[in-house]
Design a protein around this ligand. Structure first.
Ligand code: OFO
Length: 169
């Protein structure tokens, strides 16, 4: 049976993961407005990944005999100054999520829940990958500056990203 404090921490994180899904959906809509379909595809994969992250925790809490209580999802921003500004926010957000996963692991440590620690290791590794892949796009966007042709080339690159259903835990 999952400890109450641990259960609450997972419930909070489910909300954060669903917010991530919502934020990236809003960013997808922004790139639809710009007609940059490769970016749209990149965010579409991001949306699916965040959904999988939330559901991984949703299932885990139940598997441990706990209860999931969903909270309201905050309204995400809807507009960005530029693709670069948008990706700066993505990186900032992922760094925030990494700090939340670390905090969740601190709770698991505190209540001596080794099963949750082992489960959360997957999320920690995933955050390292997320920050790296976002950092790559961000670095390219910084190089691109105002070069529209180069932006279209990046857009083409991002159109090849595909979603792979993760095996969590
Ligand atoms: Fe769920 O990793 Fe991004 O936020």
């Amino acid at each position: 049976m999952i400890n109450e404090k641990m259960e609450k921490a997972f419930n909070d994180q489910i909300n954060k993961e669903l917010y991530s899904e919502y934020l990236y959906l809003s960013m997808k809509a922004y790139f639809e407005r710009l007609n940059l379909k490769g970016f749209v595809n990149w965010f579409n994969v991001q949306v699916q990944e965040e959904h999988a992250h939330a559901m991984g925790m949703f299932d885990y809490v139940h598997e441990r005999g706990g209860e999931v209580e969903l909270e309201a999802i905050e309204k995400p921003e809807t507009k960005w100054e530029s693709p670069l500004a948008c990706f700066e926010q993505v990186l900032e957000h992922e760094e925030f999520v990494t700090s939340r996963i670390n905090a969740l692991m601190d709770v698991a440590d505190e209540v001596k829940d080794r099963a949750s620690l082992s489960f959360l290791n997957w999320y920690l590794k995933e955050q390292v990958e997320e920050e790296a892949s976002v950092g790559d796009v961000l670095a390219t966007l910084r190089l691109i500056g105002d070069d529209k042709k180069a932006l279209l080339m990046l857009d083409k690159d991002l159109s090849t990203r595909t979603f792979v259903q993760p095996v969590i835990g």
